[in-house]
Each structure stands twice: as structure tokens, then as C-alpha cells.
Ligand binder design. Sequence first.
Ligand SMILES: *[C@@H]1O[C@H](CO)[C@@H](O)[C@H](O)[C@H]1NC(C)=O
Ligand SMILES: *[C@@H]1O[C@H](CO)[C@@H](O)[C@H](O)[C@H]1NC(C)=O
Ligand SMILES: *[C@@H]1O[C@H](CO)[C@@H](O)[C@H](O)[C@H]1NC(C)=O
Ligand SMILES: *[C@@H]1O[C@H](CO)[C@@H](O)[C@H](O)[C@H]1NC(C)=O
Ligand SMILES: *[C@@H]1O[C@H](CO)[C@@H](O)[C@H](O)[C@H]1NC(C)=O
Ligand SMILES: *[C@@H]1O[C@H](CO)[C@@H](O)[C@H](O)[C@H]1NC(C)=O
Ligand SMILES: *[C@@H]1O[C@H](CO)[C@@H](O)[C@H](O)[C@H]1NC(C)=O
Length: 770
Amino acid sequence: MGRFLILCLALIPIFLAPALASQSYVVYMGAHPKASSVGTRAKPHHRMLHFATGSKRAAEEALLYSYKNLNAFAAKLTPEQAALLAEREDVVSVLPNKRHRLYTTRSWEFLGLEDIYGNVAESSLWKKSNYGKDVVIGFIDSGVWPESRSYSDDGLGPVPANWKGKCETGDLFGPEYCNKKLIGGKYFLKGFEAEEGPLNTTATGDYRSARDVDGHGTHTSTTAAGSFVPGANTLGFANGTAKGGAPLARIAAYKACWVSLLGTGGCYDADILAAFDEGVDDGVNVFSISLGSDPPLRPFFLDGVAIGSFHAIQKGITTVCAGGNSGPSPGSISNVAPWIITVGASSIDRNFSAFVVLGNNATIQGESLTDQKLDEHTFYPLIDAASAPAPGENSSTSAYCLPGSLDQAKVQGKIVACLRGFSARVDKGYQVKLAGGIGIILINAVEQAEEVEADPHVLPGLNLGYEKGQGVYDYIQATNDPVATIVPATTVLGVQPAPMLTSFSSLGPNTLVPDITKPDIIGPGLNILAAYTEAVSVTGLPGDDRIVKYKIISGTSMAAPHVSGVSASLKALYPHWSPAAIQSAIMTTASQKDNTGKAITEMSSPNASTPFAVGSGHLNPNSAADPGLIYDIHYTEYYKFFCALGYRKGYIKAISGKSFECLQEVPKVSDLNYPSITVSNLTGTQNVMRTVTNVGSTKSGYKVSIINPPGVKVEISPSTLRFSSIGQKKSFTVKITKVSDTTDYVFGSYTWSDGTHSVRSPIIVKTGGS
Ligand SMILES: *[C@@H]1O[C@H](CO)[C@@H](O)[C@H](O)[C@H]1NC(C)=O
Ligand SMILES: *[C@@H]1O[C@H](CO)[C@@H](O)[C@H](O)[C@H]1NC(C)=O
Ligand SMILES: *[C@@H]1O[C@H](CO)[C@@H](O)[C@H](O)[C@H]1NC(C)=O
Ligand SMILES: *[C@@H]1O[C@H](CO)[C@@H](O)[C@H](O)[C@H]1NC(C)=O
Ligand SMILES: *[C@@H]1O[C@H](CO)[C@@H](O)[C@H](O)[C@H]1NC(C)=O
Ligand SMILES: *[C@@H]1O[C@H](CO)[C@@H](O)[C@H](O)[C@H]1NC(C)=O
Ligand SMILES: *[C@@H]1O[C@H](CO)[C@@H](O)[C@H](O)[C@H]1NC(C)=O
């Protein structure tokens, strides 16, 4: 039986309750044999299904997708049939068709693409790349709201001649919704329906087409590549020109995420792979993916995102993924394959300051995006929700203002203090309103510390950080008839310090491959304004009829498209660069400082952030346009990486299309030519090899500078590199020696500089036994 199925069966109890075991699977065989033509690629899939199901008819009924760009198919199978296929020599892995979930404009100015007056300097990546002209970004997400002005094609030239995609006909969608900006809209539903049954458009409100009911796909796609839209705002907040990161890039939507009656997350592996497959054929240049599954992580060949993106990079297509919203627990990062650019989320220099004024005149600052107002000169009664449980409930549910937990008699006419956690933030406001309350003060739990996500509550209200919230609780406790009022929010710019790492951004170490540190980079992901669906209200709550064209959302989902936009611009500027070159340019030019000149910090901790939090640092688009040197990786190098991971030789051969052999001497994971270096088990000395390619000045000389991780000595030889032509490669050895035992990971860096360019790589080390 195949190694990967063994792993996957072992993991099933962790991922799925037995009753929910998959009814469909993806059978993965690596690359198509070199000789096979596109037209004949499905035939062996039909034969294998015939073999597994016992008849031609059953095979036809079972088949969901036969993929063209990777040798794989998806089918409805029993666990026994899946096991039978997994035993075959020609099968690399059999993946249960698993659910993933979505990791749910001023940001471009904050990133330096323009100044505060909207002027774009010559050195801006926007200018240099002609705003990402004609590069196509494919979004595997929840679709698009095509009427949004952010998809306007004013000023765009004809659709790129080699583009093969289209807007597929479906519910309220079709070719008439495509223009020169939105050039594709397809949907992939068979994997979802195989697991959850037919999409119930009545019950979910979803559309059987690329039209977006969730809003997530509209938000991510317009963040990365939306057209300029002046006067964009949400309920009057954050008013300004909405802009995508690559404003002249094209958008192709591949809807693989559906509203699920089983709870959040209706993006299935089989559909994600189908989206990759079509996107590759259509001519996508960059995939932007804001979805995933949190740890425990599955091996690469059991993960649809890892497999799909691996076959994409072989065609020169970059994949950018959100790293997940499960911070600040260590080891929570997902989408960790080295061929993926993994993105964490940081704040920008904008907030939406509102205030609560307590009866003792103490004023506490928070944030809000609601357009609902109290008279700020009148005090209203204030109550801690913990002291207002409904009959049959208790303070542990009412403190969080969970559905039905509040006693109407106690909260009627009052401002209610609720704790964050266990239910949607805007739903807590809705519960307060349902129970007759007139305002909400939503207070962070200790984990979220002072990080505040601003919300468009259905009633007057604001959100407070943890420490600030204690002031409210203390006042209520100490006072007989506590009162308060709420001063509505205004948009504040120039906030310091920024960026800060958000507390939700998932953290390293990488639990699947510790010697590749993730995330790679952080970008804006807190309170980001972009276009939204008009199918639902701003909160989606019953009785809320506030439809908005633009909405502020937070998540690594919002950070990833910032990096996709920059990747697309880099692709426009350097059409022949590999995905690894684009990744390297983004990582080695990242910044480590905030706008006060200090090291970037985390909202969940006062400490300076480590590469497990911020990767190489904060996205710095203009520097990425001129990185000087790059760490390139040809996709065949990943075959060696699979050898280093100990993957079975037969599988690596299959993935490589039958030509690759692992060397006798097993390579090390840390020798992959990655733009950061991680040695997770250092005993004595380890030499790590790296090769850089000159993409800066024709003639140049670089010198290295090193910051040793505490307790570790790093030596690099040679310590100078001379280049005499563009494209020239030079290799060097990084000798990492343990000086003293370190109990945990320690961090340093090395930087090549020629006076103009700074090419920085973090070094992450943990020492093993002596
Ligand atoms: C779809 O949902 C609606 C409303 O919840 C329900 O009445 C209907 O029976 C469902 N249809 C199917 C085919 O399940
Ligand atoms: C947004 O800004 C524009 C341009 O400055 C202005 O005309 C418009 O009234 C503003 N809208 C809101 C809601 O503040
Ligand atoms: C709060 O401030 C107001 C106006 O300045 C003042 O009249 C009132 O006495 C103050 N209340 C307390 C408790 O200090
Ligand atoms: C409070 O109510 C919840 C849900 O009804 C219950 O699970 C919990 O045990 C109760 N806690 C106490 C302290 O009674
Ligand atoms: C918003 O930014 C301003 C200016 O930096 C700062 O004084 C204020 O504390 C911030 N508000 C919140 C809630 O963090
Ligand atoms: C902050 O750093 C100190 C000193 O290195 C360490 O003891 C502490 O655990 C860190 N705190 C957090 C929240 O990481
Ligand atoms: C670390 O390396 C030592 C010596 O090479 C080895 O014995 C040990 O198993 C390794 N530990 C891990 C966690 O890989």
C-alpha cells in the first residue's frame, strides 16, 4: 500500500469523524507521461476507475474530474475502492476530498507605491511595471460581484491574445459579465456536491456560477488587481480611492468555495485542483489563494493546494497563499510548501478611533465602523453582560453575548459590555439589540491583547483592546449605577507604530517541514477596504439592510492578495522570471522596521517579532522591483527536496514525469536554494549551500554582513561576490556552528550588499543534542 495512503488513513481520525469519512477522493499519479497528448490523458483515468468500480458504467458515474495538467482524477469512491487504487504502483497518493476554508486602500500608499498625495514616483513598482499591465491573476475563491466598479475596464487595452479563459454561464452570470478587467469567471462544484449533496441555492443564497455571495472573493480580487475607484468607502469610513495592487492586471475568478450548511468552509480539494487545472490552461500568471486548512498539516501530496501549485510552478506560474488566522499559537502556519509564497497579516497606519466615556469622565479609546450613533452628550446605563444571563443561561455564556444568552429585563435600554470570542463579533451586537440593549462595548480576550478589528455593528458601539477593556469592567464593579456614552468613530491616518503583526496571523515553526520557515512575508491584513458583494448586507445579519459596495475585513486572506498584486507587477516587469525568483525578490527586500524606525512588533506580545511571526519581514514593493540578487530555484530542484524529505523514489519519478532519480547521497532540506535558512536540529557544524543570480547591475561586487543567532556562529565563504554580467550565478557556503546549547529557536540573518542593494536572508536555528 502506498506510503501516502497509510499516512492519510492514520490522519483521518484527526480530520474527520468516522461518520463524515470522505465519499470522494483525488487519485494522484504525478505528472502525465511525457508522450501523452492532452486529448488522450483521460483514458487511463477511466480505465483505473473501471478497475476500481468494476464496470464501465459505474466508472462513468463515479468520475468527477479528470485533470489535464497533472496526472490525477477525482471520483466518488468507497474507502475500499480508494484503498484498492492506493495499492497500485502507479498511484502516488489518494487524497480524501477534504474541506478547506477561507481565511477570513490606503494600504498601497502605506507600502510606498504612491505618496500621500497619490503621486507615483519613477522608482515605484507601479511605474516600473506599468501597473502590472496584462498579467493575469487567477483567484481560487468564492467568486466575484461583477457589477463592482472595481472591475471597471476603463483604460485597459484588449484582453491578452493568448488568454483562453471565459465567463462561464450560470446563475446571474455569463459572458456578458466579462470585460477587459474581469476576463474569466468559472465555477467548480462537483467536489463540494460529492461531499455535501446538491448545492441548495434557496437555503444558502449561493449562486450556481462564479457570482459571489460571500464577498470574500470580490474583496481579495479587487485588493490585488481592482481598478481605481474614487470615493470608495464603507458606511462613510476610509473614504478614498480604492486601488488594486496591480491596477492594470486582469482578474480571472475560479469559484471553488461555496456557502456550506455544515459551517464555515466549503472549498474542497477536488474543486481546488480543477480550478488550478483550468487556470493553467487559460493562461493565468499568478494564483492568489486565501484559503487553507490549519494544522495538523497533511503531507504535500495529500493537499490539493500543494499539489495544484506544484504543477503550476512547472509552468512558470506563481502561487501566493494566506498562511491562516490561527495565531498567536506557535506552529499554526499553513500552506507551507516552499514553492508557495506564504503570507502573514499586519496592520497599516490607519485606524477608526471611537471612544467610550464612562460616568467618571474616563475616556477610553477603541475602534468602530458603525454608522449607528448615540447622543454623545448623554450618559446611558451600562451593564456587564456577565451579570445579565437569560433564565437558564449563566455568566459564562452571557459574558460573551452568545445567541439567546442575554436577559431582556436586565439589558433593556442599556449599553452592554461583551467579551470577544466563541461567536461572530457583529453577532454579539445583534444579540444585544435583540435583547433591547442600545449599545455594545466589545472587549478583547487576553489573547487578542490590544489588536482591534473594527466592526459595522448593527447598533452604536465600539471594540476595545484587552487592557483598555479592563478599565470598563473595573468601573462597572466599583460603581452603583454605572453609566457611559459612545463617541462615534472617525478615520485616523498616520497611526504609529505600523506595521504590527496581527494577533490572528498564524505563526511558525513549520510543523510539516521545520527546515523551511514560514510565513515568508507579511502584508496588510488588518481592517482592509475593498469591494464586496451586494447580495448580503454588511453584517449579513437578519434585519440589517445596509448593503455596501466596499467593506473593511481583516485576515491573512486580505494580506495574501497584496502579495499577489506585487507578484503580478513583478511578472509584468520581468516576464521571464521564475516563481522562485519573484518569491526571492519579495523576501530578500522585505523591511524589518516599523514607521517609528523600531523593529516590527506583535500585537499579541510586546516583544520584537521573529521570523516565525513575520518571515523575512514586511512587503516592500519598490525594493522588490530591484532586488540585485535572487535565489532562483528551477522546479526540478524540488525533486531533490522530495528526496531530502525521504519521499519514495517511485513517487518522485512519477511526479517528475518518469525521468528523475534521487542521488545516492541524500540531500538536506536546508540545501534547497531558499531565500531564508533554517536548521532545526543543529549538532556541531552544518554547511548550507546557496547560489545567487545577479539581476542588478552588470558589474557589481557584494559583501556579506552577518548577524549571528545567539549561541550560534555563522561564517560565509566567500564573503565577497563579484559579478560581471546579468544572469551570472555565484555559490557560497554558509557554515553554521553551535557555540552553546539553545533551549529554543534562535534567530539571526545575513545580508549581501553592493552599496545599492541589500539582499537579506533570515537564519533560524535550533540546536539539537551535543
Ligand atoms: C433547500 O432549502 C430549502 C429552505 O431551507 C428547503 O425548503 C428545501 O427543501 C431545500 N431543497 C432541497 C432540495 O434540499
Ligand atoms: C469621499 O471623498 C470624496 C472626494 O474627496 C467626496 O466627494 C465624498 O463626498 C466623500 N464621501 C464621503 C462619504 O465622505
Ligand atoms: C465630568 O465632566 C463634566 C463636564 O466637564 C462635569 O460636569 C462632571 O462633574 C464630571 N463628572 C465627574 C464624575 O467628574
Ligand atoms: C453555563 O451554561 C453552559 C451552557 O448552557 C454550560 O455548558 C456550563 O456548564 C454552564 N456553566 C456553569 C458554571 O454553570
Ligand atoms: C489610533 O491611532 C492613534 C494615532 O496613532 C492613536 O493615538 C490611537 O490610540 C489609535 N487607536 C487605537 C484604538 O489603537
Ligand atoms: C518576550 O521576551 C522575553 C525575553 O526574551 C521572554 O521571556 C518572554 O517569554 C517573551 N514574551 C512573549 C509573549 O513572547
Ligand atoms: C537531531 O540530530 C541528531 C544527530 O544527528 C539525531 O540523533 C536526532 O534524532 C535529530 N533529532 C531530530 C528531532 O531530528
